[in-house]
Unconditional design. Sequence first.
Length: 273
Amino acid sequence: MGDKSDILVVIAHPDDEVFASGTICLFAEKGFRIAFVCATDGEGGSRDLILSNPDFPLGEIRRQELMLSAQILGASEVRFLGQPDGAVPEGEESWDQPSLISALGSIISQHNPQLILTHGPQGGYGHPAHRLLYRCVAAAAKAVSFAGSIFSFCGKVDGAFFSWHFDQPSDVLVDVRTFLPRRAASLSYHQTQIAYFLQPHFPRTVRKLASAIFGLAFSFTVAGRKRVPISTPTRFFRRFAIEGLVLQKAPNAGRAHFFREYYLNDHRVRIDR
């Protein structure tokens, strides 16, 4: 990686940055230098769109997708650490954890960032690879005596669509509505995996069907639009108007954490801790 970065975004798979894309745009708006670090190439991801060609180089394509997404979000560097992306969750335990911790430690030491943004200890929504990566990030940060802040994304947001899946209450809430076009564009680059985010196209329960009918009938209202089935990246992100972040490590020496230092007076950022 080239120049030092102020912020490291450390993720397990290409497309994990989607859940913090608005916050990343917030950082870029302020001029922070941002680098992405991705543990895998994502070769174990969904092949729903490429079933006719089992030899399709999914990992190679997903690397390109992440680099395009990173560029639109404002990151200047992307690095892949080459860990295997298992087709089943248990396969993530095949990671070479000592090597990964060492690589992460070297990157943290090289960049000495003010903030590391990554997955939470429970994976945000339980994904085993996300949990494993958090443990490796925490171990690497401890090994190199990282002095800055560590936050995780996918924190709970009261009343927000899908937030009930998330496993930790948020310490910081970021209103990211102003970044909707860039967030939608970043997701659109992940064409091999986009069906995961936009499903279900058709409601699978009576309750969801009734909700969808209401949404389509009253789509001219805010309440209606919230219930229209997801079918586009823009509609997906309208369901995620607020991003929740969880403080996992405060900076050393009694300093205020990253958001208190730089965003205390930003009306889009609510700091609860």
